[in-house]
Design a protein around this ligand. Structure first.
Ligand code: C2R
Length: 157
């Protein structure tokens, strides 16, 4: 199973990196595309048509007036997970653009910025874990490690 990361600009690279890093930890195959619904709508359409045939899920990263995740979702029936970039207005502009989709075109949204990108990758892992036992085991280990970390912090207080 594979996920496509589509981002609105190369300037989103620190957010893209966070998603890539987490996907790699879970052994999830991905490919990154840079394209903008505002600046290159035809190119986004071409990419999504290709992605529809080859991928199982889409992470769409965008800042400012973040039309991209919704635009991507309008050409796809794959699950689209949006990640708002925290460039201006603390990322609230992008968060609202992604979550306030009109009825009929669903886009899931993670939180703003790097943590949102990390969670987007974890969400993909949860989706893929339903059919992939190796990813499932890695998720169980991840959750266990998180709890162990917190217990350890308390032991050291
Ligand atoms: P530039 O740095 O290239 O000017 O981009 C990008 O995701 C980026 O965060 C600034 C910000 O604009 C966002 N962008 C969108 C879209 N295209 C670019 N939100 C879109 O089509 O939604």
């Amino acid at each position: 199973m594979k996920v496509a990361i589509i981002s609105g600009s190369k300037s989103d690279e620190n957010i893209i990196y966070e998603a890539k890093k987490t996907l790699e930890e879970f052994g999830i195959e991905y490919k990154v595309y840079i394209a903008s619904a505002h600046r290159s709508p035809e190119y986004v359409k071409e990419i999504v048509q290709k992605v529809n045939a080859e991928f199982d899920c889409i992470i769409a990263i965008a800042g400012l007036s973040a039309a991209l995740p919704g635009f991507v979702a309008s050409y796809s029936i794959l699950p689209v997970i949006g990640v708002p970039v925290d460039s201006e207005m603390f990322g609230l502009d992008a968060l609202l653009s992604i979550t306030q989709m009109p009825k009929g075109v669903p886009v899931a949204s993670m939180g703003i910025g790097k943590k949102g990108a990390h969670n987007a990758a974890l969400f993909v892992a949860r989706l893929f874990a339903q059919k992939d036992s190796q990813i499932k085991q890695k998720l169980i280990d991840y959750i266990k490690a998180e709890e162990e970390n917190i217990r350890k912090i308390n032991e050291e207080l």
